[in-house]
Design a protein around this ligand. Structure first.
Ligand code: SF4
Ligand code: SF4
Length: 92
């Protein structure tokens, strides 16, 4: 699944836009300024090309407000648990 921007946490700093190696993210002006996490915010970001997202996580690394998440299907997580049973057992 591609990166998902949590709009309610995004302060429009554009760090993720600059970091994305694929230029998959884009800045979008808000229709009107919104108060988000105590700041007056005039823009947000979206994943412009979700089908091209590598799921590399670079956009999330330096996000100051933890506004990017990745959704995984249950079957994907089950696959990881099968491949790395120590993860499922809480060893790692
Ligand atoms: S780094 Fe985080 S807060 Fe900044 S624009 Fe991207 S999603 Fe929004
Ligand atoms: S996960 Fe990687 S490729 Fe996808 S939007 Fe974020 S930085 Fe770009």
């Amino acid at each position: 699944m591609p990166a998902v921007v949590i709009k309610e946490r995004c302060i429009g700093c554009e760090i993720c836009v600059r970091r994305c190696p694929l230029d998959a993210m884009e800045t979008v002006a808000l229709p009107e300024p919104e108060m988000i996490l105590g700041r007056k915010v005039k823009k947000t970001v979206v994943v412009k090309y979700p089908e091209e997202c590598w799921h590399c996580g670079v956009c999330r690394l330096d996000c100051p407000t933890d506004a990017i998440r990745f959704d995984f299907f249950d079957e994907m997580l089950t696959g990881v648990s099968r491949a790395l049973p120590e993860v499922a057992d809480g060893v790692l």
